[in-house]
Write a protein that binds this ligand. Structure first.
Ligand SMILES: Cc1cc2nc3c(=O)[nH]c(=O)nc-3n(C[C@H](O)[C@H](O)[C@H](O)COP(=O)(O)OP(=O)(O)OC[C@H]3O[C@@H](n4cnc5c(N)ncnc54)[C@H](O)[C@@H]3O)c2cc1C
Length: 396
């Protein structure tokens, strides 16, 4: 891999290569194509397979998608489920508080739950099929004053005016642009799965967050009869299991003795569909572009999943990048204004996610729960207002 950043740029951006067909890469392709740019997405996976996850979309992410492609949010809403209340419970199942949400009234968009795979399908279907190239693992790139050449495993190359690394937390593109090595392990594990399931304790429009002993379990209706569960626990070494059966018994063991429906839903989950991951992030950086190459989404500013903002901020990035490219005299100027528009906001979200993430694993769960209850009525609204009020149709 090599790169050369001391180049002069022509103003025209006709072709953009985006690495990664995750939610950020697909949203970026949609946003750039709307500006008349030929955006092509290169994904290492052989197929866009369903992953065992649900996703929470907030007003800032939904409003960004709405600006990128009017109508797409309606499709997401039809495929997902609105959350009207969040139940905070002890690990025993005892209800501490119920927080009724007023996001739709305040910000014009609800808290929307959707299966990750449905969201990916809906975004992908908004692009021409021939704009997504599967089985293309980016291995590196070279740039000069006339363009960037992207190299793929197996020997294929493509040439573009601009390269966008939307290749996630372990981004290959980032390693050339920033070169900061492996992400930072946050000291905890995540297990998650999506399954067709119903239980009398799981209302369609409610999220249940259970916390105790430095562990947590979130149970979410994601629409269409599917429930998403996501569990977290501290782990010093971040060791992973060797088989699906081992993963399932590890979760059952970690959450043994928790109130229902925890045991029931984990038992009902097919072992092979449980995703086990270490939770990681990276410290914020001030720059993530070099020459005619930039980053977006988790490749640029990965967060621990405590505020549910990773994908939502990737949608903001996608919209901002398209606006900066549309208005700037050169690629360099466009990427500079893209970074200026994104770094301060994403730094705050990275720091707040890290802080809130650590608190959610506090071994003293009673103190944590009291803190959350207080925050829900005090300092939190100011932060949430800043977070969710982001709306491209108001900014532009
Ligand atoms: C447990 C958990 C819960 C979460 N919950 C939420 C939530 O509720 N709301 C929210 O907004 N966010 C949530 N997130 C975060 C969210 O999933 C990510 O922030 C988001 O998916 C990032 O999108 P992305 O497109 O930047 O990266 P990714 O989704 O990671 O996509 C990167 C893509 O690039 C591909 N790729 C990687 N390397 C290469 C390469 N060399 N060549 C070609 N392709 C490559 C990958 O295969 C992948 O398809 C959660 C994360 C976790 C772990």
């Amino acid at each position: 891999m090599s790169e050369n950043s001391s180049v002069e740029f022509p103003s025209a951006v006709e072709k953009v290569a985006i690495i990664g067909a995750g939610l950020g890469g697909l949203a970026a392709a949609m946003a750039l194509r709307k500006q008349g740019i030929d955006a092509q997405v290169y994904e290492k996976a052989r197929e866009l397979r369903p992953v065992g996850a649900g996703l929470t979309l907030f007003p800032n992410g939904l409003n960004s998608l709405d600006a990128i492609k009017p109508g797409i949010v309606e499709s997401l809403k039809r495929a997902g489920s609105f959350t009207r209340a969040v139940n905070l419970k002890k690990s025993t199942g005892e209800l501490i508080m119920q927080n009724r949400l007023t996001l739709a009234e305040k910000y014009g968009q609800p808290m929307l739950q959707i299966r990750w795979s449905r969201q990916q399908e809906i975004l992908a279907s908004a692009l021409p099929a021939d704009a997504i190239h599967l089985n293309c693992r980016c291995a590196g790139f070279e740039q000069n004053d006339s363009g960037v050449e992207v190299f793929f495993e197996g020997g294929n190359t493509v040439r573009a005016d601009l390269l966008v690394g939307a290749d996630g937390i372990n981004s290959t593109v980032r390693q050339v642009v920033i070169g900061d090595g492996a992400p930072r392990y946050a000291g905890r594990m995540s297990w998650r799965a999506v399954l067709k399931y119903s239980h009398e304790l799981l209302a369609a429009d409610e999220v249940t967050l259970m916390i105790g002993d430095g562990k947590n379990m979130v149970l979410i209706d994601t629409g269409g009869g599917y429930i998403f569960w996501s569990a977290g626990a501290l782990s010093e070494d971040g060791s992973v299991c060797q088989s699906a059966a081992e993963v399932k018994s590890r979760v059952l063991q970690e959450f043994a003795g928790w109130g229902e429906p925890v045991r029931a839903i984990v038992e009902a989950t097919d072992a092979g569909s449980i995703v086990e991951r270490t939770i990681c992030d990276r410290p914020p950086v001030l720059n993530w572009s070099k020459g005619r190459v930039t980053l977006l989404g988790d490749a640029a500013h990965p967060v621990v999943p405590s505020l549910g903002q990773g994908a939502n901020t990737a949608f903001e990035d996608a919209w901002e990048l398209s606006q900066c490219l549309a208005g700037a005299p050169s690629i360099e100027a466009a990427l500079s204004s893209y970074e200026n528009s994104r770094t301060q906001r994403t730094q705050v979200i990275q720091a707040r996610s890290a802080f809130q993430g650590t608190r959610a694993y506090d071994a003293d769960s009673d103190t944590f729960l009291r803190g959350v209850a207080e925050q829900a009525h005090a300092s939190q609204p100011e932060f949430e207002d800043w977070l969710y009020r982001y709306n491209p149709s108001v900014i532009s």
